[in-house]
Write a protein that binds this ligand. Structure first.
Ligand SMILES: *Cc1c(COP(=O)(O)O)cnc(C)c1O
Length: 379
């Protein structure tokens, strides 16, 4: 099955009761047993729920993986990955990580004895320099948030394999439509399905996909034992969203390309961060590992003008000022005060997240309306 077909049919089985085409929302916590232990594979909905199972099979299918796990949020999914580790274990991650992931790492798991190193990863020697015999996990996002740096997943996976370290990739920004990290050598793919996978800004949900059976068993154990699962309604909504992922992503990418080019030609805009530009530092890696360049764009105003940036954000009419990304509607955000406020200013600026930086999640509205909106806001 090819990708577009997988988004609709991958891992799905026809419901037996009434041949419903969509899996029903099994809004139940428990399941009747004939005799103790004699049941149809479902006992209690923290452990398994048929709507969640349908979603988990779909997730595995679209990411080219064998096992999918769904959680109550993207951060709950990352939380489950970190619970694979023990006090003293070390993790290497990127220095322009999603703010919530950074907060989970430094404000929760450091207290449990995990040791985190944050570094830029365009130059992979910086990763090798941080590896020692306690390093157990490398955790990356690509494209990174909000600077749109691209990390070479395949090369990084060779380093991880050489030292027997797990490689986890947060694939939220790219989605499997653009890049499939397991096929590039990663061990774990993670999603905030809240974003593109569900795609309609109406659900918060997280996912992990893996190929290794032992690893999947450990993660299923944590999912059930810690209990950060998603409910059947949210599973249903995400499954429904995935079915149109490929048509949405195609339009997201087309619109983003036009907006990136428009912004870069505007006299009042300084830098535009979008991996589709030939001048982007990691453009060649993006061409190699992605099918297109995604729909997230960040830009700064001339002279890093904070006031001007805030004025632009306040003047937008179709772009909504909001946290989050990946929905059908276009959003604008100010990373320094919103998504990345939990990262200290000094750390933030080292990674390029200056105060005039605006991040766009380009939606699938008519492109003329989107460019018109940016144009009136900038002038
Ligand atoms: C939103 C986001 C998360 C966190 O996911 P939630 O569903 O909000 O918990 C993690 N990584 C990235 C890249 C995100 O954009």
């Amino acid at each position: 099955m090819k990708f577009n077909t997988k988004t609709i049919h991958g891992g799905q089985i026809t419901e037996k009761g009434y041949n419903a085409v969509m899996p029903p929302i099994y809004q139940t916590s428990t399941y009747a047993q004939k005799s103790p232990g004699d049941h149809k594979g479902f006992e209690y909905s923290r452990t398994h729920n048929p709507t969640r199972t349908a979603l988990e099979s779909s997730l595995a299918s679209i990411e080219n993986g064998k096992f999918g796990l769904a959680f109550g949020s993207g951060l709950a999914a990352i939380d489950a990955v970190l619970k694979l580790l023990k006090p003293g274990d070390e993790i290497i991650s990127t220095n322009d990580l999603y703010g919530g992931s950074y907060r989970l790492f430094t404000k929760i798991f450091e207290d449990y004895g995990l040791v985190f190193h944050f570094t830029e990863m365009e130059n992979l020697s910086s990763v090798e320099n941080l590896i020692n015999n306690k390093t157990k996990l490398i955790w990356v996002e690509t494209p990174t948030n909000p600077m749109m740096n691209i990390i070479d997943i395949n090369r990084l996976s060779l380093i991880a394999k050489k030292f027997n370290i797990l490689l986890g990739v947060d694939n939220t920004f790219a989605t499997p439509f653009l890049q499939q990290p397991l096929s590039l050598g990663a061990d774990i793919v993670m999603h905030s399905a809240t974003k593109y996978l569900a795609g309609h800004s109406d659900v918060v949900l997280g996912a992990l996909i893996v190929n290794n059976e032992q690893l999947s068993e450990k993660l299923y154990f944590i999912q059930n034992a810690s209990g950060a699962i998603c409910g059947p309604m949210d599973s249903f909504l995400t499954l429904r969203g995935i079915k149109t992922l490929h048509v949405r992503m195609k339009r997201h990418c087309e619109n983003a390309e036009k907006i990136a080019k428009y912004l870069s030609s505007h006299a009042e805009i300084e830098n535009v961060y979008w991996p589709g530009f030939k001048s982007h530092a990691n453009h060649n890696i993006a061409v190699q590992q992605m099918n297109d360049f995604g729909a997230m764009i960040s830009f700064t105003t001339k002279g890093n003008n904070f006031k001007k940036s805030i004025k632009i954000i306040e003047s937008l009419k179709i772009f909504t000022l909001a946290e989050s990304l990946g929905g059908v509607e276009s959003l604008a955000g100010h990373p320094a005060s919103m998504t990345h406020a939990s990262i200290p200013k000094e750390e933030r600026e080292k990674a390029g997240v200056v105060d005039s930086l605006i991040r766009l999640s380009v939606g699938i509205e008519d492109i003329d309306d989107l460019i018109g909106d940016l144009n009136q806001a900038i002038s």
